[in-house]
Design a binder for this molecule. Sequence first.
Ligand code: PRP
Ligand code: URA
Length: 209
Amino acid sequence: MGNVHVLDHPLIQHKLTYIRKTETGTKDFRELVDEVATLMAFEITRDLPLEEVQIQTPVSEATAKVLAGKKLGIVPILRAGLGMVDGMLNLIPAAKVGHVGLYRDPETLKPVEYYVKLPSDIEERELIVIDPMLATGGSANEAIESLKKRGAKQIRLMCLVAAPEGVEEVHQEHPDVDIYLAALDEKLNEKGYIVPGLGDAGDRLFGTK
Ligand code: PRP
Ligand code: URA
């Protein structure tokens, strides 16, 4: 599978195990998702371009590096994607945040768009779409399509857990989008849940059912 990056840092893998466990309650689930989002942000930004600048330290002049290139934008898919925003902003505080609201129709499993609000300059930004779950791929594809329709040119997708079916679906529709995961799981079940997965990410984050 091309363009898939599984971020296998030991801290990410350790925390993901606790995120998956049934007995992990809302408070811990939320905190762990937040922490893993920060760790994933660290990994996903490894290839950002740098440029050299001249600075003055208290001791001497120096050539030092700062981030160059496009500014970043974070786009959580509502609602579960919200659980990863603060964790990412810990490391990328200047990023702008857009929102795409989608839910999966429980019968058809097709995504239904109900809200879109984006930074005005998305075509000049490198966008990171975030959602804990990539299951059938319908929601991610719809969100990416929505961004492209509004001018976005550079998009990455970052999820905690994905099913191979979802990864394949996004590759088919958007081969230009690199996918970053904490884990690539085994399969989808007949209800469209990722196996073994972590259950319903939105419900576990917000304590709903
Ligand atoms: C979940 C999840 C993804 C989507 C993944 O959201 O957060 O957005 O399902 O499934 P897919 O790949 O098959 O589209 P859900 O629709 O449950 O909405 P929520 O975030 O409001 O709970
Ligand atoms: N959405 C979730 O929240 N969990 C899954 O396993 C699949 C879709």
